[in-house]
Write a protein that binds this ligand. Sequence first.
Ligand code: G6P
Length: 369
Amino acid sequence: EAIELGPYAHFMQKEIFEQPSAVANTLEMILNAKSISPNLFGNKAEEVFSRTSNVLILACGTSYHAGLVARHWLESVAGIPCNVEIASEYRYRNPLADQATLVVGISQSGETADTLAAISYAKKLGHQYSLAICNVPESALIRQADLCFLTHAGPEIGVASTKAFTTQLATLLLLAMVLAKMRHKLSTKDERQMIMALRHLPVALQHTLQIESQVKIWAKSFAQKRHALFLGRGVHYPIAMEGALKLKEISYIHAEAYAAGELKHGPLALVDNEMPVVAIAPNDQLIGKLKSNLQEVHARGGELYVFADADSQIMQSKNLHVIRLSEHAGILSPILHTIPLQLLAYHVALVKGTDVDKPRNLAKAVTVE
Ligand code: G6P
């Protein structure tokens, strides 16, 4: 294969470890800048964004999860309403169109049939402008969209998407910042602080990757299980969804993500010592609520595997295993919390001996319906 594995056993592992440089390459244009400009998204972006009062994100698979994270940022940073839809659902509904809604297509390959068709459909319905966030320059999505931003993740070979996801997230945060700035919702001071945080992101990712040896230990007990539940809240709920997707894609363990507050409305009935419960526990404003959700699982004999921030104050105890990341990373937290979940899926798959880079029945780009 033209692209070398180097010291890695699989492309997926290589791509997980490439994330610091993939994100740095994607953010290159702003890393030395003092301020951000709409031109990052193309020459026409300033004009288009000045007419944008809503965002509609269309995507599939992992890219859809990136969209779900972006909704939180677009609302909280830019104060802009945002809908996120699975492309294959959107294209067969009769949604209402609105000229002031910017349609954002997110796709690693830029060739996913449902995403391309959903964006064409949105335009046909009367949405005026589209923006592509894509990793492949000459792809159909890039050709089709009015504006574009290329994630510079480099070729992604593993079927399970990893570095494309984190570069999409970095890009979507930039989009939220640009829209916020144009809508006078971002002070110069906040803009500088966010640029500084983004500048530090590759280093923070590198640091997070160092938990690999701890995750490997968890992977051994996971590989014996048939089901797993992933819990998150707020902006980390889509990260739990992505963690569950990674695990099912490559280890074939049935995994389901739940918004932790929904536990009591069903999944709590499934909890026993045979079903590991993975929780994402950042030290954000929802940590208190999350802790009570974890207590609900613990009290019912569930086995918890918690990825906590260093300052989340969750103590290890019987049936409650904790791996600590750095202190809470603020708005960048969902990007950093993605890493341990990718590593978990990867190491569980290794123990199970599945075909990590080419899982059964799946394709890298789904170009037919
Ligand atoms: C396939 C891949 C996934 C990917 C999804 C969307 O299912 O196996 O990894 O997330 O397609 O692909 P896209 O290229 O549009 O991001």
